[in-house]
Design a protein around this ligand. Structure first.
Ligand SMILES: Cc1cc2nc3c(=O)[nH]c(=O)nc-3n(C[C@H](O)[C@H](O)[C@H](O)COP(=O)(O)O)c2cc1C
Length: 193
């Protein structure tokens, strides 16, 4: 089982990253192979809208630090995306990654029921940390990811959320959230609790 984990928060001991690390550490104990990337440390640009991935290439035309990440995502079984909530949405770093996944779509994706260049059956965990304690806030973030990653052929998409986590590292005291990360790893990597 291969896992690619992308940290979208720019800060050290980010709560979203810590949840992702707990998921990955649990999965590793179950035999999974994990590759993790901190997007803020990478040198890459957002999608340039050149449409080369629709007209002449089956990959993104940009060659930068995200090239390796996109290749790893193509090969992975589970994709973990972790982000702070910024302005009711994901961080700019994770949004820039998301836009570059446009290259996963076939040229006629709008009309073709087979929209994706990826092998079907991958799994997604979206991890979000926010300061707002209201669990009913920002529910549309996962809805968007669910829609797009299902179009990419992902069949198991789920989210783990942390609330009231402004201080770096504070999520380590949110035992319920950390347990959710462990439980999801067990469920998705086929182990028993
Ligand atoms: C630029 C910026 C925008 C933010 N916007 C929101 C927001 O819209 N809603 C919210 O609940 N918290 C917001 N926050 C707080 C963060 O979501 C919160 O600190 C979160 O726990 C950070 O996650 P991290 O520890 O993974 O980086 C914002 C913080 C920053 C710096």
């Amino acid at each position: 089982m291969k896992i690619v984990s992308l940290f979208g928060s720019p800060r050290a001991r980010a709560n979203s990253s810590l949840i992702a690390e707990r998921f990955c550490a649990t999965a590793q104990k179950l035999g999974a192979e994990v590759r993790a990337f901190t997007l803020n440390d990478l040198n890459f640009r957002g999608c340039q809208g050149c449409y080369a991935c629709k007209t002449k290439l089956d990959r993104c035309a940009l060659k930068d630090d995200l090239t390796e990440v996109l290749e790893a995502v193509r090969e992975t079984d589970i994709l973990v995306l972790a982000s702070s909530v910024y302005y009711w949405d994901i961080s700019a770093q994770l949004k820039a990654f998301l836009d570059r996944t446009f290259s996963f779509l076939v040229p006629d994706f709008i009309t073709n029921p087979q929209k994706s260049r990826l092998e079907p059956g991958k799994k997604l965990v979206l991890i979000l940390a926010q300061n707002n304690p209201d669990k009913d806030s920002f529910t549309n973030i996962f809805q968007k990811f669910d829609y797009f990653f299902r179009a990419y052929g992902f069949t198991d998409t789920r989210q783990i959320r942390a609330f009231g986590t402004n201080d770096p590292g504070v999520v380590e005291t949110h035992q319920d959230v950390m347990e959710l990360a462990e439980k999801a790893a067990h469920e998705m990597c086929g182990g028993n609790q």
